[in-house]
Design a protein around this ligand. Sequence first.
Ligand code: ADP
Ligand code: ZN
Ligand code: ZN
Length: 729
Amino acid sequence: MSDKQKFLKVAINVPIDQLFDYLPNGEPFSIGQYVTIPFGRRKLIGVIYGISLHSHIHPSKLKSVIKVDPEVIFDTQMLKLLTFVSEYYHYPIGQTIMSVVPSRLKNNLNQLRQYELIYQATEKLTKEFINQLPARQLRIRKVAEAILISDMRQTDVMKLVSNWSDCVHKLEIYGCLKSKIYEPKEEVSKVEIPSLNDEQKAVINAIKNKKGYQASLIFGITGSGKTEVYMQLIEQILKESNAQALILVPEINLTPQLENRFRTRFPTKKLVSLHSHLTDIERLDNWRKAKSGEARIIIGTRLAIFTPMPFIKIIIIDEEHDMSFKQQDGLRYHARDVAMVRAKNSNIPIVLGTATPSLESWHNATRLDNKYNFLKLSFRAVKEASLPKIQTILVNDKTKNGISRALVDAINDRLKRKEQSLIFINRRGFAPTLFCSSCSWTAECKRCSSKLVVHQKTNRLKCHHCGHDQNIINQCPICASMGLRPLGSGTQKVEEALNKLFPNASILRVDKDTTRTKKSLTLLHDRMNNREIDILVGTQMLAKGHDFPFLTLVGILDADNALYSPDYRAPEKLFSQLMQVSGRAGRSNIAGEVLIQTVFPHNPVFEGVKKHNYEIFAQTLLQEREQMGLPPFSFTAILRVESKQLKYCEQFINDAAKYAESLSNKVVIYDPVRPSIERLKGYERFQLFIQANARKDLQNLLKQWTAYLRQYHLANRVKWSIDVDPLEF
Ligand code: ADP
Ligand code: ZN
Ligand code: ZN
C-alpha cells in the first residue's frame, strides 16, 4: 500500500473554488499541514486538505510540493467546519481557510517562536549610560529607558518602537540587557464569588442537565448576572480534565475590565484572549496555546470562532445580537451562526446571552418548538441597583444647540450632587455637513456620494467613509458667497455647547478622534472613578461594557436618525443600542435616569424602552416580519458589485440578475439598486437582493450562480461578492 502514489489535495489562497493536486516531495505529510507549492510562476502557501490515491491529472503533469511545514494547523474537525463555511457563504475553500489562520502563520513561516522573552536591565544600564548614547539613537534610548524602569516583555517592547529587535540586539551588545524566557505569574485569586440567586441557579441547571449539543438563550437585562453565570458554568465544565471553553464577545465589549474579571477568577496561565489589539505574534502564541490544549479558556472576538480547540466543551456568545459578529468583507461569516454549527459538530452546549436578542434567536427560542432553551434573568443581581428611569423629551427644530431645557436641568442637578452625566450622540466631528446659506450647496466628497464632515477644532473637512481630508473652505465654490455654515451637530459641537452652558464643569469628549487606544480607555475609567470628570460626551464607543459607578444620567440626542433608516433592522438596532446606553446609568446604588430627546415620543421603540420591555417589542416586530415575509421567516442574500466604471457595474448586475431568474422560480430576484452610498472611494456600486422561503432553495441557487459569476467575462472588470444572511444594506 505504502508505495502507491499519493496525491496531496491542497487548498490555496486563490479566488478559485477548487483544490489543487500536488505530489509529495519525500518529506512526511499529513492532513492539515502547511505546504509551500509552485503555482504558475509563483511560490504560494497552502494547506493539505486531503490525501488521495487518485487524481484527474496524470502524475507526469503534476508538480511536487516544495516544502512541508511540520506544524498541523487544522485537524479534520476544523477542516470540516471550514468546508461548511466555504460552502454556506460561497467563498472559495482556499481563501476561506487562509482568512482564518493567524496572519503571522500566513506570511512568515520561518519566524516561528514557541516562547516569549522578558528583558531585564543589567547594572551597566543607568541613566548616565543612556544620556551618553548618541542623540540619533532615539529608539534605542526609548527602549533602554523603558527597561530601566521595569522588566519588559518582548511583546511590550514591540509595541514601543518599530525596529525593536535591532534596539534590543544593540543593548545586548552594550552589555546593558539580559533576557530570559517569560513565564506568566500564577495569580492567586482573592475575589469573593457571589452565591447565585435562584434564577441564576435555574439557568445553570438547565444548561448542565442536558448532555451533548443544545443551544440556550439567556435573556437577561444588563446587570442581571449573565457574566457571573458564564463564569460559574465554565468553572464547573473545566473540572473535567483538559476541557476547554470558548467565549465570544463583540470587539467593543472586550474591555480590559471584562478580561480582568475573568483573569481574577481563573488561573491567568490558562486563559488567553484573541482580538485585534494583539500583535501578530501575541495572537499566534495564544492561538497555539488554544490548539495545544494548554489554554483552557479562550475569550475572543468574531474570528476566535475558528480557533482550533481539541478539547472544546462549551461555547458562550455574549451580546449575541451584536452585529459586529458578522464580518462585512472577504469571508462574510456570522460568528454566532458558525458557532452553532461548530457546537453541533462537536456535540457540546452553546449559550447565547443578551438583553435584546436578535429576532433570529428570539424566534428560535420562543416560537420554533424549543429549538433553543429559553432562559430568563429578570432582575438586577445586585439588590441596590435598580433599573434606570427612562423618559422621552419632546424636542423640535428650535431646541437650542440641540440640547433641551429638561436635559440642561437634569445635568445641573447632577453637578450639584457631584454625580456624572453622559451625553450620547452617535456622530463624531463638529457638524455632519458644511452648507451654503445663499445657494444651498453642501460640501461633498469627490470620491464618495457622501457629505464632508466639519471638524472645527482642526479646521478640516473630512469624509468619514474614505478618509479624505482637506482644509475648511470659507467661500462657496458655486455662488462665491461667504455665508458657509456648519449644519447639524456632532460630538465636537455638543462639547462646545456644553462648555458654554456649564462653564465650571469638567467635560470630556470620547470618540474615535480623541480616544484611539485601549490605554486611553483605561485612563478614562480612572478619571471617571476619581470623579475628575463631570460630563462625558461620546459616541457608540461608550455604549457598551463600561461601568462608571457615579454616572447617574444619560442623555441621548440623536436617536431619531435611526427611525428614518430604510433598513428593516433599524428599530431592532436602535432598541438594543438604547438599552445598552441606558445600562450605563446607575449601575451602583444610586438610581439612574435616562432622557431620550425625540420628535416621536410614541414610537414603539421608545415605548418599549421606557417600560424596559423588550418582549412585547420583539413580538410585535416578529409579527411584522412574518407578515412581510422578511427574515427570520425567509432567507436572503445580496450580490454586491463595484467598479470604477458605472457601465461595467450595470452590465454585470443586470446579466447576473437575468441568469439568477433562469435558475429557479422559488427564489425572488429583486431589481438591481444602488446602495445608500452609491459611490465609495471612487467605485460605483450596485446591489441585488434575493430572497427565498426555504434556505435550501436559496443555497441551491447561490451555488450555481457563483460558479457562473466566477467565470463570467466581466468578472475581472468589477469587484463582486455574495453576502449570505446580510445584516447591512
Ligand atoms: P450582566 O453580565 O448580566 O450584565 P453581571 O454578571 O456583570 O451581569 O452582574 C452584574 C453585577 O452583579 C456584577 O457586579 C456581579 O458581580 C454582580 N452579581 C452577579 N450575580 C450576583 C449574585 N448572585 N449575587 C450578588 N452579586 C451578583
Ligand atoms: Zn453658494
Ligand atoms: Zn469619501
